[in-house]
Every structure is written in C-alpha cells, then in structure tokens.
Design a protein around this ligand. Structure first.
Ligand SMILES: C[S@@+](CC[C@H](N)C(=O)[O-])C[C@H]1O[C@@H](n2cnc3c(N)ncnc32)[C@H](O)[C@@H]1O
Length: 276
C-alpha cells in the first residue's frame, strides 16, 4: 500500500474509533479491507482511499468496522466474572439496599455475550423480583454487532465457548440448532450504538463499567481520554473493569487498582469530577 494511502487510513481509524495502527500492519490492513473494496466496487486500494478523502461517510464506517476486532464470548475471563459474582455485586447490593437501583455499563460489548453474561448473574440474584431497578446499558459503535447482540441468537460454538457447563439451558433456548436468549433476561439489558469517543454526558453515577479488550487497540491519547471520562462517570464507590490482561501501561490516571481483582479500578479519592 502506498505510504500516503496508509497514512490516510490510519488517521481515519484514529479519528473515528481511537484505534492506532502501525506502519508494519499495512499488509494486514490491505487484506482486511479487500472485501470492503470489492463490496463498494473499487478495483484497487488507491481508488478506495481517494473516495475516502472525498468524505464518503458510508465507506468510512465500513472500513472502520472491518478493522476493529470484535471477538468475545460468554463469561470471558471467568476469574473476573467470579469476582463480580462473589465480591462486587453482593457489596453493591448491600450498599444500594435503600434505593434498590443498579447502574451498569458494558462499553464496547461487541455481539453482546458480556452483557448477557452479566444479566445471567443478576437474574440469579433475583433482584428484580425483590423490587430492584437494573439499568444495564450495553453499547458498541458497530451497528452489525449491536443488531446481533439485541437479537441474542448464538451458534453452538459461540455458546460452547463460555457456557459449556450449566447455564445455557436456564438462560438460552434451542431454536433450530441455534441458541436464543430467553425472555426472562431481555428486560435486563438495553443495547444501543455508541462511540466511546463521544460524550458520556447521558451517563451518570454508574456503579460498574466494563470496558474490556478494546482500549488495548487505542492510541495512548485516546485511551487516556476515555479512561479519564469513565472515571468521572463512575459513582463514588463504583468500579471500572478493564480486560484481565489490560494492566501495566494501561494503568489509568485518576483511578487506582482494586486489590485482589485483575483489571479492576476505582476512582482515586483525590480526583475531582470534570464535565465529560
Ligand atoms: C474485542 S471486542 C471486546 C468485546 C467485549 N468487551 C469483551 O471483552 O469480550 C472490542 C469491541 O470494541 C468495539 N469498539 C472499538 N472501538 C470502539 C469505539 N471507539 N467505540 C465503541 N466501540 C468500539 C468494537 O466494535 C468491538 O466490538
């Protein structure tokens, strides 16, 4: 790929998604984008990039979606879900016993398995029947991912990856060889499209934010900006959960690690709220 075409694509991805792509990924980028190029009727990469420079938004969206990784599974990083189940959720339920309300945000939820896994935990705690209001918002900027997440239909392999043991028959029903999320979970989750680079003004005092396995693809500035604004969006005793392996250089400013839980942070006491 010509260097100036690569630069145009890299800038577009950074601006639209926060993603950083280094020059040595140029071949991978060309391979990944070949189907988009064909779908939009371009004979070569140069012509497609020229069209992007003209501001074709539809094409820019397809290119961005094609370049993002949206692999996920039910109960990904089981130790983190065990900590949510055994430690965080019981603590939040005790702390919110007065208002009986929980606010949870699954940010960059991909095809929804993370949010449905949480819904399974919450359902098993039987909170709704006890009068609790659960706001579990799950977002991703990919329209295709959100459509799949909302439908809640998964293939046998996808279900096997995280729900191999029990669970699946209680919360998913077999529908023509595929698995469909059962009706009792559906009122617990609201899916919507949302770009992590946009304003979080519509979210406030969130008890738990999951932002797992996405910021590792962002450049340092975009990552720091997202983390600072997420810190501001948390309730004073809320927590942010990154991917289990997203520690070290990902250590966010304004947040401090929670001992005993991989990738989990809470607001550092000295941090003042900003307007996001
Ligand atoms: C690897 S998946 C992670 C899914 C899930 N959180 C997990 O850990 O299994 C990354 C997701 O981030 C989404 N994504 C990437 N950049 C984004 C952005 N700027 N705003 C919202 N979603 C984004 C992608 O569409 C993709 O679905």
């Amino acid at each position: 790929m010509a260097p100036d075409d690569f630069e145009t694509l890299a800038r577009l991805l950074r601006r639209r998604s926060g993603m950083a792509v280094s020059r040595d990924r140029s071949d991978m980028m060309r391979r990944r984008l070949a189907p988009v190029m064909r779908r939009f009727g371009f004979s070569d990469m140069r012509a497609m990039v020229a069209e992007l420079r003209q501001g074709n938004d539809h094409l820019a969206e397809a290119v961005t979606e094609m370049m993002t990784v949206n692999d996920t599974c039910f109960f990904r990083d089981p130790a983190q879900f065990a900590w949510l189940q055994d430690s965080l959720l019981p603590r939040l339920v005790a702390a919110r016993a007065g208002q009986k309300r929980l606010r949870i945000w699954s940010a960059a939820c991909a095809t929804g398995q993370e949010a449905w896994s949480l819904a399974m935990l919450l359902d098993e705690m039987d909170l709704v029947r006890q009068g609790w209001r659960i706001d579990l918002i799950a977002t991703d900027f990919s329209a295709a991912a959100i459509a799949r997440a909302t439908e809640g239909r998964y293939g046998a392999f996808e279900v096997q990856r995280g729900l191999g043991g029990g669970g699946k028959t209680r919360h998913l029903r077999n529908d023509g060889g595929q698995w469909l999320v059962c009706d009792h979970l559906r009122p617990l989750v609201q899916f919507r499209r949302f770009n992590l680079l946009d304003s979080y003004g519509w979210l406030d005092a969130v008890d738990l934010i999951l932002c797992r396995n996405v910021l590792m693809y962002f450049d340092a500035a975009a990552r720091a900006d997202v983390l600072a604004r997420m810190a501001d969006t948390l309730a004073p005793d809320g927590v942010l959960m990154l991917g289990e392996s997203e520690t070290g250089e990902m250590m966010p400013a304004g947040l401090e690690a929670v001992a005993g839980a991989g990738g989990v942070y809470r607001r550092a006491p000295s941090v003042m709220r900003r307007v996001s």
